[in-house]
Design a protein around this ligand. Structure first.
Ligand code: ATP
Length: 334
């Protein structure tokens, strides 16, 4: 259990400023995801919290205590890496037990903790296997097991599912969130995948160029993005942006409408256009529409729509779902 707070945390590597003043309050027992494009500083921010990198300036509080001078091993946090970082010559049992052995715990207690963690992670049948005899998902579970037995104040996950195939990622995503809720341990999770962020997080930190663009619940980010960057980053397919005269009519430099909030009609009021591509997924239909001066827009319809390239349609945004942005790209609330 841990409450983690960042106060004006800065990090520079030589002359290059990577983290530009991060302020954050992570509630005890919460699951917080750092998301953002490659190179935005997610891993660096996580490593600063872990103590694997020194801050250039600022404070990091764990349960009210500034830990910037505390070495990683004494911060009470456990990290889980994308690469698993397992010892290849040790069994699953040996890998999970390693940290506890180093800490000098009695053998019986180590066994008890390892077996409890293995049961939680469905690893009991594999305790005597070597990592090479496991699937990717099982290896990642061993890495998580090793983190769990240390009973950390918080878990720090660095893209732990990136090496897994798509189906396994979805399954592990559920397992990690279930486990975090069951253990009640604060978790910080780094990913560049916004779907992972939306599905796993209690709260999301959107990072861009070393700056926190927004911190909020998944639905807050979806419904009230603070700026163009967050609006474009969260949501799939991406939000449509219109800067044509249609935006000025709404009193904004840019307006944004998500593909699922565009009504599709054969005729009537709205933005006329020609379908360029129609994707029929059965559950959804995605249309890419050339709307002339307005631009190319994406529309999503739940279910099947029998429309094809070349068809002329009219799009109308749901009025309550239009996002307005000023010339600096900041959100303007009506
Ligand atoms: P990714 O999703 O690609 O892993 P990220 O958001 O986690 O990206 P970081 O790994 O935190 O990004 O890196 C942020 C920036 O800091 C990058 O431009 C990177 O090149 C730079 N950087 C990271 N570590 C160092 C280092 N030790 N020395 C110099 N620059 C570094």
């Amino acid at each position: 259990m841990a409450h983690i707070a960042l106060q004006n945390v800065q990090k520079a590597f030589g002359p290059v400023h990577i983290i530009k003043g991060a302020n954050l309050d992570i509630a005890d027992r919460s699951f917080v995801v750092f998301v953002g494009p490659s190179g935005c500083g997610k891993t660096t921010l996580l490593r600063l919290i872990a103590g694997l990198e020194d801050v250039t300036d600022g404070k990091i509080f764990i349960d009210g205590k500034n830990v910037v001078a505390v070495p990683p091993a004494r911060r009470g946090l456990s990290m889980v890496f994308q690469s698993y970082a397992l010892y290849p010559h040790m069994s699953v049992r040996g890998n999970i037990a390693f940290g506890l052995k180093m800490a000098g715990l009695p053998k019986a207690e180590i066994n008890r903790k390892v077996e409890a963690a293995a049961a939680t992670l469905n690893l009991s049948p594999y305790l005597d296997r070597k990592p090479r005899e496991l699937s990717g998902g099982q290896r990642q579970r061993v890495a998580i097991g090793r983190a769990i037995v240390r009973e950390p104040k918080a878990f720090l996950f660095d893209e732990p599912l990136s090496n897994l195939d798509a189906a396994l990622r979805v399954q592990m995503r559920l397992e990690v969130t279930r486990l975090q809720k069951q253990l009640g341990t604060t978790a910080i999770y780094v990913t560049h995948d916004q779907v992972e962020a939306m599905t796993m997080a209690d709260k999301i930190v959107v990072l861009n160029g070393g700056k926190i663009e927004q911190y909020g619940t998944p639905l807050e980010l979806y419904e009230k993005p603070a700026n163009l960057f967050v609006a474009g980053f969260i949501g799939s397919p991406r939000m449509n942006f219109v800067t044509d005269g249609a935006a000025a009519k709404q009193g904004a430099a840019t307006i944004g409408v998500r593909p699922e909030h565009l009504k599709i009609a054969r005729d009537g009021e709205g933005w006329p256009g020609t379908i360029m591509v129609a994707e029929h997924l059965g559950s959804d239909t995605f249309l890419y529409i050339d709307c002339g001066a307005i631009g190319t827009l994406t529309a999503r319809h739940v279910g099947e729509l029998s429309l094809a390239p070349g068809d002329r349609i009219v799009l109308s945004p749901e009025p309550a779902r239009i996002h307005r942005f000023d010339k600096d790209g900041n959100s303007v609330r009506a």
